[in-house]
Design a binder for this molecule. Structure first.
Ligand code: T1G
Ligand code: NAD
Length: 719
């Protein structure tokens, strides 16, 4: 847990040994306390160096221990003792110094960082704050504005930035540990008092209150309803206005209010869920750690529309050569210019040169003979996609993987028209594809484990959070979206307005309410799908039966909005009105109010006052209910996978953990009771009927979300 060695005859080298990130578990804290005592008491030792094994200094407190009672020595007195010791202590930072790891570096009298090291206080992203003196020492060292920024955002900084800010004393390209030992030997005779950060006076700007007010406003705007950043600001205020001994007490009080909060539990759940999601597993036993992905050096994208462009950029910026195919010369040229512009802007932002030499543009599928992988992104039209896949299987060499970016069509039906169904898989990106982090990897029943491993690993290489899902209409994300959006439109019928529903969802924490999101995505897409599936269109009689289709309740208001040419932001009108086509500033539109009033009077619906609570319950419990069905159907392997999809693909608020975690926080019994209540009131809405899995979990005493899998195990997996 901590190795103790004497090097150069007089330097105690303490190495944290708790792979993979040398987190400060109770065992590590115990071993560190013993090692420090030994170093400070041994007369042979004149200086100490602290480093971490395997080129990683320390990833902070062991987050897994947060769920249980505190065991082992607490961190704060241990760190105070290091700082107060009479022998110089040098931190040798390689890899990461995060959270408690950064706080450990702050109590060391000197810091040497490897040039590739990253430092930061990411506690705020876990719903807590730096509670081992970080909120009190960092402002003393680098001043209030810089400390506030780092602590309230959790941003990681490079070694170079840390040097500029005065956090580290030297950046090296050599072995940081060896450099630190030499540095320690030179530091032996020097006085330490000015190196004890807790003894420094915080440099205080004259307009402290105004500065804190501005940061508070910014934080409230960025992270609606999130508590931790506000507590961080209060802790930093204490560093500016109180002596260290009082400030540290304030830090600890604020931590206590956050530590057991639902938000902290949700955010820590998200941390682990994100890491769990990459660990896919198939019923055959093939899984993430026993299936080798293929190496992908070249790829082709078919269709340079909204999605194709973003996918090209995502591939090219990680060094994969890409051939992009369009159907017509003019479209190819437009797509090409867009892609080049996007890549250039992206490269400029990242301070690198754009990899334009990796791109090729063509009108001919014949050029795809030798690529390793193809991603099809043509219109959402099964017949067209089938033609493309048939053609690809003729043109591409037999080993080429064939992927589709369809939003919800049957991946296996596409596999069926090729000569290599085992090499076909869905790679469902989200718009804009070069920005959004989510990738659903849709496993068809015939996709091989190597194919799935390759798609998952390619996603990771592109910086995506990849989640393996089964093949069914809409997969996971879009399948769940339907009941959620249906509830929103039913609420419109019953008396709510788009802005009221959006406000309730945004107050809940969504980046965008459902109607603003639809305006952004374009209302015509869903309209086309509804027409194709016979839910609306010239052949459908809206009055017979009214507000019902295919045997269940149907709300035709979205179709009526589209019939008026209102397709959302792109046409300047949708559920809201905008200043101009392409505008983003949504304003309530009286024409929509009129349309709703006329609609209600046509169908003799007496509008009622709808509470925000009803909006949240109906939208979110219907969403989670479909999630339970997805688990039952084996389309997602774990609730964590569903939550990750909603966090990264649909703007679900992270501090609520995702729809499944949220349901568990509300209490499954309550979710069941409310769904039963709403289903009774709306028996023609099957999505409100509680799923058997939800009932089963409640009957089993509502186990924690991490153990639901045990109750699903016996069910069929479509992965
Ligand atoms: N505690 C426990 N497990 C951790 C961990 C941690 N701090 N950090 C990582 N892991 C696990 C992770 O779950 C995964 O496990 C494996 O290590 C590899 O992680 C007192 C209150 C360090 C940048 O927030 O940001 O200090 O999946 O896949 O991409 O004020 O991990 O293999 O079973 O992410 O190379 C603050 C969290 C804690 C840092 C490495 N610290 N970690 O990224 O690997 S609070 C953090 C990270 C605190 C003090 C307080 C990243 C990383 P498994 P990985 P990576
Ligand atoms: P789009 O209409 O913007 O682009 C499709 C492009 O494909 C057009 O440029 C068209 O000219 C081209 N194309 C059509 N037939 C072709 C052919 N035979 N050969 C080469 N190019 C051809 O559509 P989009 O929004 O980019 O969607 C593409 C796919 O991605 C669809 O399956 C869609 O469901 C899916 N998708 C879309 C989104 C989204 O938000 N737009 C999100 C995820 C997935």
């Amino acid at each position: 847990m901590a190795r103790y060695e004497l090097v150069k005859r007089s330097v105690a080298l303490i190495t944290l040994t708790n792979p993979p990130v040398n987190a400060l578990s109770s065992a590590v804290r115990h071993a560190m306390a013993k090692s420090m005592e030994q170093a400070l008491n041994d007369p042979k030792v004149t200086a100490v160096v602290i480093c971490g094994e395997n080129g990683r200094f320390c990833g902070g407190a062991d987050i897994r221990e947060f769920a249980g009672p505190l065991r082992g020595p607490p961190l704060v007195p241990l760190l105070d003792a290091i700082e107060a010791g009479e022998k110089p202590v040098v931190a040798a930072i390689e890899g990461v110094a995060l959270g408690g790891g950064f706080e450990l570096a702050l109590v060391c009298h000197y810091c040497i960082a490897h040039f590739k090291a990253r430092l930061g206080l990411p506690e705020v992203t876990l719903g807590i704050l730096p509670a081992a003196g970080g909120t009190q020492r960092l402002p003393r060292l680098i001043g209030i504005p810089a400390a506030l920024e780092l602590i309230t955002t959790g941003r990681h900084i490079s070694a170079q930035e840390a040097l500029k800010l005065g956090i580290v004393d030297q950046v090296t390209e050599q072995n940081a540990c060896e450099v630190a030992v030499e540095f320690a030997l030179r530091a032996v005779a020097k006085p330490l008092s000015s190196r004890r950060v807790s003894m420094l006076t915080t440099p205080c700007p004259p307009d402290l209150d105004a500065l804190l007010e501005v940061v508070t406003m910014e934080v409230k705007k960025k992270a609606r309803g999130v508590m931790a950043p506000l507590a961080c600001i209060q802790a930093v205020r204490a560093a500016a206005t109180m002596p260290y001994s009082k400030g540290i007490k304030r830090e600890s009080e604020l931590m206590a209010t956050l530590f057991n909060s639902g938000q902290a539990r949700a955010l820590q759940y998200c941390f682990f869920a994100q890491r769990t999601a990459g660990k896919w597993t198939l019923p055959s036993g093939a899984q993430w750690n026993n299936s080798k992905p293929r190496e992908i050096r070249s790829a082709a994208i078919i269709g340079l529309g909204t999605m194709g462009r973003g996918i090209v950029v995502s591939l090219a910026r990680v060094g994969i050569s890409v051939i992009a195919v369009e159907s017509e010369k003019k479209l190819l040229e437009t797509g090409k210019q867009m892609v080049i512009g996007m890549l250039e802007r992206d490269a400029k932002r990242r301070g690198v040169s754009a990899s334009l030499n990796l791109l090729k543009f063509t009108l001919s599928l014949q050029d795809l003979k030798d690529v390793d992988l193809v991603i099809e992104a043509v219109f959402e039209d099964m017949a067209l996609k089938k033609r493309v896949f048939q053609e690809l299987s003729k043109v591409c060499r037999p080993a080429t993987l064939l992927c589709t970016n369809t939003s919800g069509l049957d991946v296996d039906a596409l596999a069926g028209v090729t000569d290599r169904p085992h090499l076909v898989v869905g790679m469902h990106f989200f718009s804009p594809a070069h920005v959004m982090k989510l990738l659903e990897v849709v496993c068809g029943p015939r996709s091989s484990s190597e194919t799935i491993a390759t798609a998952m690993s390619l996603g990771k290489r592109m910086g995506k959070v990849s989640v393996a899902v089964g093949n069914c209409p809409g997969f996971v994300g879009n399948r769940m979206l339907k009941p959620y959006m249906d509830q929103a439109t039913f609420l419109l019928e019953e008396g709510a307005t788009p802005e009221q529903i959006d406000k309730a969802l945004e107050d809940f924490g969504f980046a965008m309410g459902v109607f603003r999101m639809s305006d952004l995505a374009g209302l015509d897409v869903g309209w086309r799908i509804r027409k194709e599936s016979g839910l609306t269109g010239p052949d459908v009689d809206p009055k017979n039966p009214p507000r019902r289709r295919h045997g269940r309740r149907y709300c035709p208001i979205p179709d009526m909005v589209c019939e008026q040419g209102r397709f959302g932001q792109k046409t300047g009108r949708g559920w809201y009105m905008y200043d101009k086509p392409g505008g983003t500033n949504a304003k309530p539109d009286p024409l929509i109010q009129n349309l709703l009033e006329m609609y209600r009077s046509r169908y003799a619906i007496q509008p009622r006052n709808i509470s925000d609570q009803e909006i949240i319950e109906r939208c979110l419990f219907a969403l989670a209910n479909e999630g339970f069905r997805i688990l039952e159907d084996g389309i997602a392997a774990r609730p964590e996978d569903i939550d990750v999809i909603y966090l990264f693909g649909y703007g679900f608020p992270r501090h609520r953990g995702g729809p499944m975690f949220y349901a568990s926080m509300v209490g499954l019994e309550r979710v069941l009771e409310r769904l039963e209540h709403y289903h009774q009131a709306h028996p023609d809405v099957p999505h409100l009927e509680p799923s058997p899995l939800l009932k089963k979990l409640v009957a089993c005493g509502s186990p924690s979300v991490q153990t639901w899998r045990e109750h699903i195990k016996t069910m069929h997996s479509h992965l």
